[in-house]
Design a binder for this molecule. Structure first.
Ligand code: FMN
Length: 245
């Protein structure tokens, strides 16, 4: 029989699996970054791998805007100006529904648990709305990350493209992790999509989806010690036609 020369040798396969698992399982959302610069080539190299995500009929629906330096500072300042002023911030809203309008159990419980975990670490007491708002506002500084990523999709695309997009975003986060970098995906930016459209001169057919911080996590910061919980496989999986041995 002819040897399959494309198949990695078994030992290598074990190492590959370990490396992939490590990058997936140890990826975490970082919420405090070091000033350390991330070279453009590194961002390009991450996107170069992420673009191999599977997409329905290979449509590859993503469009990425990378903001660094002055461009990032301008965008952050424009959003912060509004976000810090309640009379203006309440006039802004998400363009599309990411979260449910009505929160039900168990999702609302997980959401609360995460919030209290984060605020607990930072010593923010329940009811301290101004500290919560202040912490939430750090989203709009990309948590001090040197690189901000803003993702858009063509308005003609349907919900299916969100599936494709999720795979692309996960690829970015996993490859970043494997490159020694950290990320935080950020729905918080959705509220200020009109400001993003203006500041980045988005095309009329571009719909803003989500943002992401990218950089080196500041491991000395308490918010980066947060390890969010996961449900066990048995809680969300039903095996049909396969009995436990
Ligand atoms: C699409 C998306 C949007 C998110 N938006 C925010 C956000 O705006 N701000 C934030 O601090 N975390 C945000 N997160 C991070 C989640 O809170 C985090 O992924 C979740 O708690 C699981 O924790 P982990 O990423 O550390 O594993 C977002 C995650 C996803 C996937």
């Amino acid at each position: 029989m002819k040897e399959n020369r494309l198949a990695p040798p078994p030992d290598e396969l074990v190492a590959i699996r370990r490396a992939v698992e490590w990058a997936i399982v140890t990826r975490r959302s970082a919420r405090a970054f070091l000033e350390k610069e991330v070279p453009r080539e590194t961002v390009e190299a991450i996107l170069d791998v992420a673009r191999y995500a599977a997409t329905g009929v290979n449509i590859q629906p993503w469009k990425v805007h990378v903001v660094v330096g002055d461009a990032k500072d301008r965008l952050c300042a424009a959003i912060k100006r509004i976000d810090d002023d309640p009379s203006h911030s309440t006039t802004h809203s998400d363009e599309w529904d990411y979260y449910p309008e009505q929160w039900v159990s168990p999702y609302v419980d997980r959401r609360r648990a995460l919030g209290w975990q984060l605020y607990g670490l930072l010593g923010i007491e329940r009811g301290n709305k101004s500290r919560m708002q202040q912490q939430h506002g750090r989203n709009y500084l990309f948590f001090d990350a040197p690189v901000g990523l803003l993702f858009t999709v063509d308005r003609v695309m349907c919900e299916g493209s969100l599936l494709d997009y999720g795979m692309f975003l996960q690829n970015i986060m996993v490859v970043a992790r494997a490159s020694g970098l950290s990320t935080c995906p950020q729905a918080a930016f959705m509220k200020y999509h009109t400001i993003i459209e203006q500041e980045l001169s988005l095309q009329p057919d571009e719909k803003f989806l989500v943002g992401m911080s990218l950089g080196y996590a500041d491991e000395s910061r308490l918010e980066n010690t947060l390890v969010s919980e996961r449900e066990p496989v048995s809680s969300f999986t039903s095996f049909h036609g396969l009995e436990r041995p």
